[in-house]
Write a protein of this length. Structure first.
Length: 108
């Protein structure tokens, strides 16, 4: 029994070691890819500041404020949901369901 437990622990240890080794390998691979590949031309690390940038920021802020106000106004109005259609149940179905419920209560 102890020998089986030792094998089980050894297999678990090997499996966990392989999993962590693959995770570290993927981490190193991603790090290498990030360092070795060039950045795209459209990316800028620090945006330039100036009168054109501030005007563009103000326009975007105003557009965002208008969009939020419109969303808030739509959300404030209560929505009317239609009533679900009522199920038409025949007398036979009603009696059958009542009998089933009565039998289930007796089981409990």
């Amino acid at each position: 029994m102890a020998e089986t437990l030792e094998y089980a622990l050894l297999i678990t240890l090997i499996g966990m070691g392989l999993v962590f080794a693959v995770i570290v390998l993927l981490w190193v691979g991603i790090y290498a890819l990030v360092r070795l590949t060039p950045r795209e031309q459209g990316e800028e690390t620090a945006p330039e500041s100036g009168p054109d940038q501030s005007a563009a920021r103000r326009r975007r802020a105003a557009a965002a404020a208008v969009a939020m106000a419109l969303l808030h106004r739509e959300a404030a109005e209560p929505q009317v949901f239609p009533e679900p259609p009522t199920a038409i149940v025949s007398a036979w179905q009603a009696v059958t369901r009542a009998n089933q419920l009565r039998r289930e209560r007796g089981r409990r």
